[in-house]
Design a protein around this ligand. Sequence first.
Ligand SMILES: [Zn+2]
Length: 290
Amino acid sequence: MMNNNTLTYSTDALNILNQFEEVAFIVYVEGEDDILFWEARFSEHTAERTTFEIIPTGGKDEIYKKVEQVVQNNVRIIIALDRDYSDFESLKLSHARVIRTYGYSIENTMYCPRVLNNIIRKRLRKQQLNKIDAINAWYNDFVSDIEDLLIYDIVMQTKDLSIEVCGDNSARFLKNHGKSPRIDKNKISKKIIEDCCTFSREHIVSTKLSLSKFEKPYRFLVRGHFLTSAVRNIMSEMIGSLGNTSFSNENIYENTVDSCLKKCRCEDYKYLKNSITTAVKSLNLAEKKI
Ligand SMILES: [Zn+2]
C-alpha cells in the first residue's frame, strides 16, 4: 500500500477504507511507536475474530485532522491518541471513536507500578516480590518534587508559549548527574527562575486551581518521555547489583509496551478497556456485516 503518512483521504474514502484493507475497522494512531501499544490493547479488548488495522498518521497535526473528521462528520474510523494536557484546555474535541490515553501519553500507562514490579520480579526471578508500594512512594516523591515545574509546563503548553519547560528528558533534573531516580530540587528552582519568570501570574494561579481539581494521581500528568529516564533509574536501583541490570530506553519500551493488560486491573486498564469497547460498539459491526 502507498505510504499512509502522505495520504489525505476524503470523508467518504475514510468510511470505506477498512473494506479495502479487508478488516473490520481502522485505528489511526500518531506515530510508529504507538502501534504496538494500541495493537496490544485492541487485541485484548475486541472479540477474537474482529480484525483491525493500525495506521500511524505521522504527527500531531495529522492526527488532529483525523479527529476533526470523526467529530464533525462522524467518520467510521477510530482514533487513538495521547491525552497530552487536553484536560487543561477549554475546547476538547470528543467522540466515542476518539480514544485518549488515560495519562499524558502511552508511557504513563506502560510505566504502571504493576508492570514495573513484574519486570523487577522477572529480572530477579522472585515471583513473590512486591515492590508496588515502594514504586508508588517513589512516584509520589517524584511528582511532588516537580509539581511547580509541571504548573509552568502546563501554562506553557496551553498558552502556546514557545519555551521549553519540562522537555522530553528528566535526566537534567535528576541527582547524581542524571543517574539517580530522584529529582534535584535545586535544578528545578534554577530552571524556573531562569526560564519562567515572564509567565503571567494569572495563568499560573488558574492552572494551580485546575491542578487541585485533577482527580488522577499526578504521575498520569507528567509527560511520558519525561518519565523515562527516571523510571529507568528506579528500575536499575530496585534490581540493584543482584540483577545484572542497566536498562536502556529501548529495554524499557520492549518490556512495557504490551503491558498493563491481562492481570492488571488498575484504573488506567479499566478506562482503556471501556473506551475501546465503546468505540468499537459505536461502529455497529454486526449490523453492517463487515
Ligand atoms: Zn496497570
